[in-house]
Design a protein around this ligand. Sequence first.
Ligand code: PGA
Length: 250
Amino acid sequence: MTKKLIIANWKMHKTNTEALAFAKQFKNTQSRKAKVIVAAPFTDLATLSVAQKDFQLAAQDVSAYDEGAYTGEISARMLKEVGAEYCIVGHSERRIYHTETDAMVSAKVQALLKKKITPILCFGETREERDSGKTKVIIKKQITKGLQGVDDVSEVILAYEPVWAISTFQKGKKKSSASEGDIAQVHAYIKDLLAKLFGNQGQRTAVVYGGSVHARTCENFIKYDDVDGVLVGRESLTVASFQDIINTVE
Ligand code: PGA
């Protein structure tokens, strides 16, 4: 049985001290049915890779360039050396706050694959796109452009994150989260699309769901074969709430 991927996205939370405290508390919770990955801030990666073995590490972004005069950027080679085995790319917070385009996302995917780091490629429609019936068109565009030039797409993890369901974009607005039906339907579409576009490789590509995932809601959709796991923001910040989500697959 393939393990479900339970991926924490800490975003810009946790200093080194706080990350270490999390790792220490998480220690004895090895999971049989879940593969646990934590996408930590750059500054926590080296410390976490030495201090613990209970989860694998991901970064939250990478430079598209290998090396050079790119002030403030972090390369895939640097990530590799501090123990990151995965890296999120194209998160909606980067697409929206940092105007990242599909072309930039695709260049980052390539940079990671060259260094044998697994990209976790995020995509998903906005509220307006959903309301105007464009969900499938947007998803198809972001997937095909993001995966352009990739030799084996099964080396990439895809993360369907409808922008309207992510907690970040709901501040001051009425809370909305994707229903079990929404998730099942869109994941079935994505799996079908991947099989059509990439054949066998597409069928082997993992697709996780993200957007206000909570233990209470997670158990309703994690059971679907088309849902290979979850990407969790807010609820991954405490060991207790993150562990509750992991327990939904135990
Ligand atoms: P959320 O974040 O679980 O807080 O909605 C998920 C994400 O943005 O990856």
